[in-house]
Design a protein around this ligand. Structure first.
Ligand SMILES: [Zn+2]
Length: 205
């Protein structure tokens, strides 16, 4: 695991030195996948005050057995990355921020096509309207239905919605035909394949 050394100042002003991976191969380090799923990846506990600091640094995550190659851009670099002000040597996929990383890994673990999942999310975003800054994350498959969590419909509330696998398959079947028309093309242009490209932030951002 290639690592970077960082100095982090805690809220209590204690300075912590910690190492973070620059590149992870999940075949060699499968525990990283568990850490991503349970939210402890890149989390550091301050030895002075005990607070858990959740940090985000750029990292490339690969798994040659499953064809995973995801580059995490920290959330604070969303705008600089999307406007080309910061450039990384990324792989097949880019995600911005931990929630998108967790979502992408979960989609791939469930054997789903992340392109189809992003198109489904786009449909929800369109339904909600551009004035709502909603974020949609895939959770799991339950009784032939894809389960999604929707953030931002109501304050402090997570909406749950289900999509049938037959709807997923329908989108999957027409994907190649639709890929050249907007907004599909924008959403599906790699490496950042994401419905969040269409609705970036709300009207207040
Ligand atoms: Zn502290």
């Amino acid at each position: 695991m290639k690592k970077r050394k960082e100095k982090i100042t805690c809220f209590c002003e204690n300075v912590i030195e910690a190492e973070f991976p620059e590149k992870v191969d999940l075949v060699v380090d499968p525990h990283v996948e568990e850490e991503i799923l349970n939210g402890t990846f890149m989390a550091v506990k301050c030895p002075h005050c005990g607070k858990i600091l959740k940090l985000e640094y750029p990292v490339r995550i690969i798994d040659r057995n499953r064809g995973i190659d995801i580059f995490l851009i920290p959330e604070y670099e969303r705008a600089p990355y999307l406007t080309g002000k910061v450039v990384y040597n990324v792989g097949k996929r880019v995600v911005i921020g931990f929630p998108e990383l967790l979502d992408k890994i979960t989609v791939l673990r469930n054997g789903l096509d992340d392109r189809v999942v992003e198109i489904i999310k786009y449909h929800f975003m369109q339904k909600a309207g551009p004035e709502l800054d909603i974020k949609i994350y895939f959770q799991n498959i339950e009784n032939d239905k894809l389960v999604f969590h929707i953030h931002g419909l109501k304050e402090d509330e997570i909406g749950i919605t289900h999509v049938s696998l037959s709807f997923y398959r329908r989108i999957s079947e027409t994907l190649e035909k639709d890929v050249d028309s907007e907004p599909y093309r924008e959403i599906l242009t790699p490496p950042y394949i994401s419905a969040n490209k269409i609705y970036i932030g709300g009207p207040t951002n």
